[in-house]
Design a protein around this ligand. Structure first.
Ligand code: SF4
Ligand code: SF4
Length: 298
């Protein structure tokens, strides 16, 4: 079984053509701008929509472990919750949902194959995203093998913070790596995201030596993290030094805020405005100047 939290059909920003993106749960990083914070843990996560909630208290009444309190404001203790779904079933306002479920590889592939015609016509296929998909290596390998047996192009989105064994073992099954590089300074990366850059660099090295032509580097440009002090330019230099040729700059956006709120977490980047294409133009020009194929948004 593989733990996933979303299957998105008709995805057009996660590799070539029309694709289905399958989102695996589990991640070793905790980026404070994360667009998918519900992916971090392997267990299902309760999402509460305060806009729909009337405060009736029915969910708290049915919860066997008293994880929900509704007295002054609606709260849930994720440490107590066993994901029994009783609260979700009892809510007449549809204010509770869960992110995360166990699926077999065959069940996932059944969903993916629904759009086979579109993949064939557009040059699309399957993209596995997350979370960090390599953390569920066995499920990932099974899914990619089955995808290839069905003639699908495969892409994996990764930040490379996973074991070298998982990376090397899975590499032959991946037609395209969409590899996030977030910072050029190991200490800043560790402090802000929890990731060890040595591990990430070793995985980049594996790709550089074996299949640089199958790699697109993605750089999320985040205010207060890497937008300033020429950090992105240093990352582009690193991309060049590894021998990769394409880098996509992804402008910071605030779409994740709703999800953070539904998980009852304060969104750390709540005050920052989304970046526009124009904000990234100089970075793109620098990358093109050193010989890379740099695009904004991918
Ligand atoms: S049952 Fe639904 S509407 Fe009632 S308090 Fe719980 S989440 Fe809110
Ligand atoms: S899923 Fe079950 S344990 Fe978790 S909050 Fe809802 S009723 Fe309580």
């Amino acid at each position: 079984m593989t733990e996933i939290f979303n299957i998105e059909r008709f995805a057009t920003h996660d590799g070539p053509g029309i694709r289905t993106a399958v989102f695996f749960k589990g991640c070793g990083m905790h980026c404070p701008w994360c667009a998918n914070p519900e992916s971090w843990g392997i267990r299902p996560v309760l999402m509460h929509d305060a806009q729909k909630c009337s405060g009736c208290g029915q969910c708290a009444a049915v919860c066997p472990v008293h994880a929900i309190q509704v007295s002054e404001q609606w709260t849930e203790d994720p440490n107590l919750c066993t994901a029994c779904h009783r609260c979700e079933e009892s809510c007449l306002n549809d204010a509770i949902s869960f992110a995360g479920e166990s699926m077999t590889t065959e069940e996932i592939m059944q969903e993916v194959l629904k759009d086979l015609d579109y993949y064939q016509r557009s040059g699309g296929g399957l993209t596995v995203s997350g979370g960090e998909a390599f953390l569920q290596k066995d499920g990932l390998i099974e899914l990619l093998e089955l995808a290839h047996q069905n003639g699908l192009h495969t892409a994996v989105e990764t930040a490379g913070f996973c074991s070298h064994e998982a990376f090397s073992e899975t590499m032959p099954l991946i037609d395209l790596f969409l590899f996030d590089m977030k910072h050029a300074d190991a200490e800043v990366l560790r402090t802000v995201t929890g990731a060890d850059m040595k591990i990430i660099n070793a995985n980049l090295e594996i790709l550089a030596q074996n299949c640089p032509e199958r790699v697109i580097i993605r750089i999320p440009v985040i205010p207060g993290f890497n937008r300033e002090h020429d950090i992105v330019l240093r990352i582009l230099d690193k991309v060049k030094s590894y021998g990769f040729t394409r880098a996509d700059l992804l402008p910071y956006h605030t779409l994740a805020k709703v999800k953070w709120n539904r998980m009852q977490r304060e969104y750390p980047y709540g005050e920052d405005q989304p970046l526009q294409q124009e904000d990234l133009k100089q970075m793109m020009e620098y990358g093109i100047g050193i010989g890379l194929d740099v695009r904004i948004g991918g």
